[in-house]
Design a protein around this ligand. Structure first.
Ligand SMILES: *[C@@H]1O[C@H](CO)[C@@H](O)[C@H](O)[C@H]1NC(C)=O
Ligand SMILES: *[C@@H]1O[C@H](CO)[C@@H](O)[C@H](O)[C@H]1NC(C)=O
Ligand SMILES: *[C@@H]1O[C@H](CO)[C@@H](O)[C@H](O)[C@H]1NC(C)=O
Ligand SMILES: *[C@@H]1O[C@H](CO)[C@@H](O)[C@H](O)[C@H]1NC(C)=O
Ligand SMILES: *[C@@H]1O[C@H](CO)[C@@H](O)[C@H](O)[C@H]1NC(C)=O
Ligand SMILES: *[C@@H]1O[C@H](CO)[C@@H](O)[C@H](O)[C@H]1NC(C)=O
Ligand SMILES: *[C@@H]1O[C@H](CO)[C@@H](O)[C@H](O)[C@H]1NC(C)=O
Length: 287
């Protein structure tokens, strides 16, 4: 028993040691910790945000350290870009009125003096002009600027995962079936119906479908505030907005927006579905 446990621990360590950190196609690894892509077309902030969702399911770039801030300059190398939208908005004159698009508060900042200041606009751009380079300022959200999209890193997948995000592999299926059949089908693919654990993961999932309607997630909603996930993971993110006439959790999709509100519906309803499994390491090990 002890030997087995030890073997398990060693296996886990070697799995993490050998899993390659990668970025989605077109994205560049930044400080081994996040992935960025520069889009060099002049775009209003809300369109830039939607473009990030459609191009991989991400958000506009977040800059949480001085290393991030310097790294963004290197993305401009070889281009004519000097200003880009970043994923930050402010509604007042102090840092506490600003929020990153991943919904986190601002801890590190590189605002130019006199900023933040929403009188210039609520959106925030990064500038390579001026000295020092890499200062931030507010501007009108309708202004058209290039932009940088961000995704989390992930790990390479032995089974050539198509939708590889944050060390998980997702499959999106349009076929409409009952909840329990959808769960069974996900199990044949070595996974479960998808559990959701953050705002960012939820947003990513909305990018995998291209129709108006709803799809199964792997949640059961037995009571207010509680989701029981079929994959046994924690109930640490809650986005159930509408209680319908059942206890199985579905996600609402709209082609024209990133809406991903959840609704509990009759488990016998026929819906498309989302499966999720961990990525499998290059030696073929699937946790
Ligand atoms: C900018 O380019 C990206 C990638 O080609 C595209 O998805 C996006 O729609 C473009 N934005 C505009 C405003 O043309
Ligand atoms: C760089 O990434 C590592 C993780 O790979 C992280 O621990 C470190 O804090 C990052 N450094 C900065 C300054 O962002
Ligand atoms: C920009 O690219 C050139 C040529 O690839 C390289 O020599 C230079 O160091 C780069 N500058 C930055 C800031 O990355
Ligand atoms: C994954 O892709 C590689 C390279 O194209 C190929 O050699 C391999 O057989 C594929 N693996 C699976 C499980 O499809
Ligand atoms: C679902 O069906 C639509 C319409 O047939 C199709 O365009 C789309 O690619 C399908 N797949 C997903 C995951 O939305
Ligand atoms: C749930 O509501 C839908 C639409 O109102 C209805 O068609 C369906 O029969 C209801 N199911 C149950 C179990 O009440
Ligand atoms: C999603 O839920 C929020 C909170 O209940 C609500 O404000 C919003 O209108 C909903 N979105 C849609 C498209 O129903």
């Amino acid at each position: 028993m002890k030997l087995l446990l030890l073997a398990g621990i060693l296996f886990t360590i070697s799995f993490y040691a050998y899993a390659d950190i990668i970025c989605a196609p077109g994205y560049t690894l930044v400080n081994e910790s996040k992935c960025w892509q520069l889009f060099n077309n002049q775009t209003a902030e809300s369109d830039a945000d939607e473009s990030c969702r459609q191009n991989g399911g991400g958000i506009l770039a977040t800059l949480t350290t001085a290393i991030d801030n310097r790294a963004l300059l290197t993305m401009f190398n070889g281009t004519d870009v000097s200003r880009v939208w970043i994923g930050l908005k402010c509604t007042g004159l102090s840092l506490s009125t600003c929020q990153w698009d991943d919904q986190s508060q601002v801890k590190y900042s590189s605002f130019a003096s006199g900023f933040p200041n929403d009188r210039f606009g609520q959106c925030v751009y990064y500038s390579a002009d001026g000295s020092p380079q890499g200062q931030w300022a507010n501007g009108p959200c309708e202004d058209k600027l290039p932009y940088v999209c961000e995704l989390p890193t992930t790990s390479s997948d032995f089974l050539n995962c198509t939708n590889n995000y944050n060390n998980n592999c997702y499959t999106a299926d349009n076929t409409t079936i009952e909840f329990s059949w959808a769960q069974k089908d996900c199990q044949t693919q070595l996974g479960n119906l998808a559990s959701v654990h953050s705002y960012l993961e939820n947003r990513y999932l909305t990018s995998l479908f291209d129709f108006d309607g709803s799809v199964w997630l792997g949640g059961l909603a037995p009571g207010a505030g509680l989701i029981v996930w079929t994959d046994g993971s924690n109930n640490n993110y809650y986005n159930l907005r509408t209680t319908g006439n059942g206890t199985c959790v579905s996600m609402d999709l709209h082609t024209d927006s990133s809406n991903g509100n959840w609704t509990s519906v009759d488990c016998n309803s026929q819906l498309g579905y989302l499966c999720k499994r961990y990525t499998c390491s290059s030696d073929g090990h699937c946790p």
